[in-house]
Design a binder for this molecule. Structure first.
Ligand code: ATP
Length: 311
């Protein structure tokens, strides 16, 4: 991997791809800081593959400007040697072993074959590298594809739906692999139509629908502000009314349901609010058994943003 001269790995503005009267990608702008593992998430048909294909010079944009690793997207040849990609399953030789296939790819690409054992280990295929490709499971084939994409020690790795079609175990292994790629200095852009596949391993998210950006930024920021209430449950249910009165007297908005109280956050810092409620309950001799923000999950936030659905 070469040293990044810039702290931005990818910066495109107004990226558009028109097919007939339909915009597959519609005025999309993406900026990725160098070194992030970015999840590129959108429903089927949202434009993920088309975007990635444009970044890789496989599809010519209708409009848009920008840079990949500091070089203009108008001249992909200037940066492609520093980019690794898995955009369709690579055409491996079924009768060759995984390691032999990587040697073929490395030789064609004038890349260092000495890295192959370490790469097999990175993708979790150590011990299976001498098995024929045709004996691999779908997950192993996908992981060998990622090993091939890593052969050139790229600064930017672009993976299009690497977990597509995998069973839950395969999805977990793929997630583990993406997690291992984090923190290695390279930038990763990995797509999925399923946010839950990526939210745990991506520190950055680019959410799109119908070719347009819905959100992009740190994964943690998408969750911020998600809590609207603080759920408070005293140990003794007989304490519910007294606790509600106590909190209302302290100026809080409180809703009482069968088994819990919900204190409105109203823009307060959730941790400060929790501490203050806990202290008030303790001072009044009540023990709390639950004190938690009613945070919506990332998936809830994402689904509430996606209106287009599959096209
Ligand atoms: P998926 O998750 O299903 O792979 P995606 O987000 O990768 O979807 P794209 O494959 O980029 O989405 O497709 C975006 C839109 O562009 C879709 O409506 C698709 O039908 C259309 N499209 C893609 N390629 C072409 C093409 N070569 N000709 C015409 N339309 C196309």
């Amino acid at each position: 991997m070469t040293n990044q001269q810039t702290s931005t790995a990818l910066s495109v503005t107004g990226l558009t791809k028109r097919y007939g009267d339909r915009n597959a990608v519609d005025n999309l702008s993406i900026e990725l800081p160098a070194g992030v593992v970015a999840g590129f998430v959108g429903p089927n048909g949202a434009g993920k593959t088309t975007t990635m294909a444009m970044l890789l010079g496989l599809v010519r944009p209708t409009a848009g400007t920008g840079t990949v690793l500091g070089a203009s997207i108008d001249h992909p040849a200037a940066y492609l040697s520093r980019v690794g990609a898995l955009i369709e399953s690579p055409a491996f030789y079924p009768s060759l072993t995984g390691a032999e296939n990587l040697r073929v790819f490395a030789t064609i690409g004038a890349q260092d074959t000495a890295r192959i054992p370490a790469l097999l280990e990175t993708v979790g295929l150590d011990g299976r590298g001498e098995d024929r490709y045709r004996s691999y499971s779908l997950g192993m084939k996908q992981r060998l594809g990622i090993a091939a994409a890593l052969l050139g020690d790229p600064d930017l790795l672009i993976l299009d739906e690497p977990a597509n079609g995998l069973d839950p175990q395969g999805v977990r292994e793929m997630r583990g692999l993406i997690g291992r790629l984090a923190g290695t200095g390279r930038t990763v852009l990995v797509s999925s139509h399923d946010l839950s596949e990526l939210e745990q391993v991506c520190d950055w998210l680019v959410l799109i629908d119908t070719g347009r950006s819905l959100y992009q930024g740190p994964t943690s920021d998408l969750l911020k502000g998600g809590a609207t209430g603080l759920i408070v449950v005293p140990q003794r249910s007989a304490d519910h009314p007294a606790l509600r009165d106590l909190l209302v007297n302290r100026g809080h908005e409180v809703e009482l349901s069968d088994d819990r109280l919900t204190v409105s956050v109203n823009g307060a810092d959730v941790s400060d609010l929790a501490a203050s409620v806990n202290r008030a309950a303790f001072d009044a001799g009540m023990v709390l058994v639950e004190l938690s923000p009613n945070r919506t999950t990332l998936e809830d936030r994402y689904l509430s943003m996606v209106h287009g659905g599959a096209r």
